[in-house]
Design a protein around this ligand. Structure first.
Ligand code: ADP
Length: 173
């Protein structure tokens, strides 16, 4: 199985890359973003600042890559999820872009194992069931076209995301 769901704190995972649900400033925030910067140390923020200096901000759905600092993984891929605004603002398409662009950047950087949090399902309020469906579908489609990726792990923090993501994955088996 190339795809699995586990419950835990993504900062303790060791994969080639872990994905961060960042905001467009790339300067850190709460939730998983705060946890990654806290545990990874200042090196991650230094690289984020350099990226922002070049491109001002990071648009929704886009992904950028930095060191993982003191975290066990090699890289952090920062992607900006959509804020849920009722569903008529291309939120689903933008969330799918987060997963696609993060995976494409991982492949470009020779990453074979990647961990994802449940992007946008915290303060950005994306409905969790819909988000789990998009996450699993987008990653499954990507994997079927890119066999250099060996493993993708959905690291769910809360019980509800864990249950929904696991269900979504089982329904695809
Ligand atoms: P967003 O702004 O994209 O909604 P959040 O960080 O608020 O980002 O939430 C995204 C998801 O990350 C939520 O489901 C939240 O439960 C989860 N999360 C928070 N901390 C961690 C962590 N340390 N590891 C993995 N997931 C986390």
């Amino acid at each position: 199985m190339k795809l699995k769901t586990v419950q835990g704190d993504i900062t303790s995972f060791k994969t080639d890359a872990i994905v961060n649900a960042a905001n467009s400033s790339l300067l850190g925030g709460g939730g998983v973003d705060g946890a990654i910067h806290r545990s990874g140390g200042p090196e991650i923020l230094e690289e984020c600042k350099k990226i922002v200096a070049k491109q001002v901000s990071c648009k929704t759905g886009v992904a950028v890559i930095t060191t993982a600092g003191e975290l066990p993984s090699k890289y952090v891929i920062h992607t900006v999820g959509p804020v849920w605004n009722g569903g008529d603002n291309k939120e689903s398409q933008k969330l799918a872009n987060c997963y696609k662009n993060s995976l494409a950047l991982a492949v470009e950087n020779n990453c074979k194992t990647i961990s994802f949090p449940n992007i946008s399902t915290g303060v950005y309020r994306f409905p969790k069931e819909k988000a789990a469906n998009i996450a699993v579908k987008t990653v499954t489609d990507f994997l079927s076209a890119h066999n250099q990726v060996q493993e993708v792990i959905f690291v769910c923090f809360d019980d509800e995301n864990f249950r929904l993501t696991k269900n979504e994955l089982e329904n695809r088996d």
